[in-house]
Design a protein. Structure first.
Length: 145
């Protein structure tokens, strides 16, 4: 009744099914291991874990809102404003917060001395003091950073 060819086919069918069953068993075991690590016993239920995660997310959002007022952008430009001195020893430095408010500090170095100026920046534009070309450049660079 049974031929050699038919029993060989059944044998390979059983081997393939056994391998497939082993692969599926391994995947189920991996999934179970992952879920046990994600939700360990004795450390609270899913609802408590979710509330903890949501609490951390809220704290991060509060920090993000508060950090708008800290300096977040900066740029520096060194240059030589005078022809009679050597080197780029003068500089302009811009500091901006998240709302593009801040200040620009300029140091002008000459043979007779060094002068330092600080001017406010409001919404990325000059306030009550006019900016030099170098200060305008460094502010634009800070806005892009």
């Amino acid at each position: 009744m049974y031929s050699i060819e038919g029993s060989s086919g059944i044998f390979w069918f059983l081997v393939a099914n056994t391998v497939w069953l082993a692969v599926l068993s391994f995947l189920v075991w991996q999934n179970n291991f992952f879920l046990k690590k994600l939700f360990p016993k004795g450390s609270g239920n899913f609802k408590e874990k979710l509330e903890q995660i949501l609490g951390v997310i809220k704290e991060m959002e509060d920090l993000k809102k508060g950090s708008v007022r800290y300096f977040q952008k900066a740029a520096l430009k060194r240059y030589n404003p005078y022809q009679d001195t050597g080197g780029d020893q003068s500089f302009s430095l811009a500091f901006l917060d998240g709302e593009n408010n801040g200040l620009v500090v300029t140091s002008l170095h000459s043979r007779t001395g060094t002068r330092i100026f600080a001017k406010p920046i409001q919404n990325g534009k000059e306030g009550s003091f006019k900016f030099s070309d170098e200060e305008t450049e460094v502010i634009k660079e800070a806005l892009l950073s």
